[in-house]
Ligand binder design. Structure first.
Ligand SMILES: [Zn+2]
Length: 71
């Protein structure tokens, strides 16, 4: 399973990317607990361009738990 993600701006780990009930992307870092929701459509489009495709197993352990818990 691969996912398109970005690095955490605090600790540099990969963030899990899930979708909120309202359909907005939510990025979460289990290593340091940073979470961010993307609200603006133009930024969601930008995120889809800058994100990096990684294998789900490359996520840090704590982040992977969040990723799997939300599917
Ligand atoms: Zn982090």
């Amino acid at each position: 399973m691969s996912l398109c993600t970005v690095r955490c701006s605090i600790c540099g780990g990969y963030m899990s990317r899930t979708t909120t009930k309202r359909g907005k992307p939510f990025l979460y870092c289990g290593r340091c607990g940073l979470g961010s929701m993307v609200l603006r459509q133009s930024t969601i489009d930008a995120l889809n361009k800058v994100c990096q495709s990684i294998s789900e197993s490359d996520l840090p352990g704590e982040t992977l738990k969040k990723q799997r818990g939300q599917r």
